[in-house]
Design a protein around this ligand. Structure first.
Ligand code: HEC
Length: 121
């Protein structure tokens, strides 16, 4: 009887850890929906929250040498540059400038949007 309880506790401890470490055990893709990325629904919110303090149409002249990333035409034209910048690849300015690197899922979502044709959807 006592033995069973000990086994049960070990089981709970191990299984509990297993669930807590899901993100460490599995690649991020499993929790990151990149199937159908939409410009208005997925990309604009990422840019709004992380980039518009400098790159919106109204802030860019003062904060980003006029580099605007608000309209679809600007974002799609700069997609490769943006991917380099948010991945902090060598030879690209690290973005968000003076900020924390975007989390992996946001980067994957942006890359998926570019792969899916940088649509204005
Ligand atoms: C604090 C202001 C600031 C923020 C926030 C910011 N940027 Fe920038 N960004 C700049 C400035 C200034 C430049 C000009 C190059 C430099 O100074 O490094 C720039 C340049 C760029 C460039 C290069 C454009 C070119 O034509 O060479 C890209 C791409 C870019 N930013 C993307 C982003 C993205 C995507 C985000 C959000 C994830 C972001 N930036 C957030 C200020 C910012």
């Amino acid at each position: 009887m006592k033995k069973n309880i000990i086994f049960l506790l070990i089981y709970i401890a191990v299984y509990g850890c297993y669930w807590e470490n899901q993100e460490a055990l599995y690649p991020v893709d499993q929790f990151c929906d990149t199937a159908f990325v939409s410009f208005s629904g997925d990309i604009l919110p990422i840019l709004t929250n992380n980039c518009f303090s400098c790159h919106s149409n109204s802030n860019a002249p003062e904060n980003a040498f006029g580099i605007t990333l608000e309209d679809h035409v600007d974002v799609s034209a700069s997609a490769i540059l943006i991917i380099g910048a948010i991945n902090h690849l060598e030879g690209f300015p690290q973005m968000p400038k003076n900020g924390v690197k975007l989390d992996t899922c946001k980067i994957k979502v942006f890359e998926a949007w570019e792969n899916q044709g940088s649509l204005d959807n």
